[in-house]
Design a protein around this ligand. Structure first.
Ligand code: GRF
Length: 201
């Protein structure tokens, strides 16, 4: 039985597209059953609809608290019988209760080699630090932002003269490669979250 995946987005949706394409390949152990955006104008919504995937907008601004917003998302996930949540450019921080409920079943992609450069303006942080290597990380989501156990990483060189645009484009190619790989590992049971560590088997 394929695992039912929800992808949470706020914007462009290129990682969503990579996950959709991976799920369309033979024997992939997961299917995208739902896309949720907190922004009505997220370009990724059209990516979902083009693929025939149900896409809903749950605007965070409609809710009085983080908890209430997360409850609405959780209700949508339950209705769609979701097994795994993939965040892909989703720009909201979750309440502790939501994270606890989905712990071990929720992945995020971040465009740096964590634990370096958490938060926002990640590529600018990397350029400012003068690192020679950057990359991307897929990790389990835990309460602390951009800090969960690592499932997959890929490195790219930072080249002389790189801009945020050129570096982010190089990293994005790797994001689109490792996110489907990480989802496969979780969906087929080859990685699990145990005592705060990613355990591979
Ligand atoms: C990606 O760089 C991802 O790592 C970060 O936000 C960006 C989302 O891009 N969390 P997209 O919406 O998947 O194109």
């Amino acid at each position: 039985m394929k695992k039912r995946v929800a992808v949470l987005i706020s914007g462009r949706g290129s990682n969503l597209k990579a996950l959709i394409d991976a799920c369309a390949t033979t024997d992939f152990p997961a299917e995208i059953a739902l896309v949720v955006s907190n922004k009505a104008d997220a370009a990724g919504l059209a990516v979902a609809r083009d693929a025939g995937i149900p896409a809903v907008v749950i605007p965070h601004v409609d809710f009085a608290s983080r908890e209430a917003f997360d409850s609405a998302i959780d209700a949508g996930l339950e209705r769609a019988r979701i097994d795994i949540v993939c965040e892909a450019g989703f720009m909201r921080i979750h309440s502790d209760a939501f994270v606890r409920k989905w712990e071990g079943k929720m992945l995020n992609i971040h465009p740096s080699l964590l634990p370096a450069f958490k938060g926002i303006r990640v590529h600018q942080q990397a350029l400012d630090a003068g690192v020679k290597i950057s990359g991307c990380t897929v990790h389990f989501i835990v309460a602390e932002l951009d800090s969960g156990p690592i499932v997959a990483q890929a490195a790219v060189p930072v080249l002389p003269g790189d801009s945020v645009e050129s570096l982010s484009a190089r990293v994005l190619v790797e994001e689109h490669r490792i996110y489907p790989e990480a989802l496969r590992l979780l969906a087929e049971g080859s990685v699990r979250l145990e005592n705060g560590r990613a355990v591979f088997c």
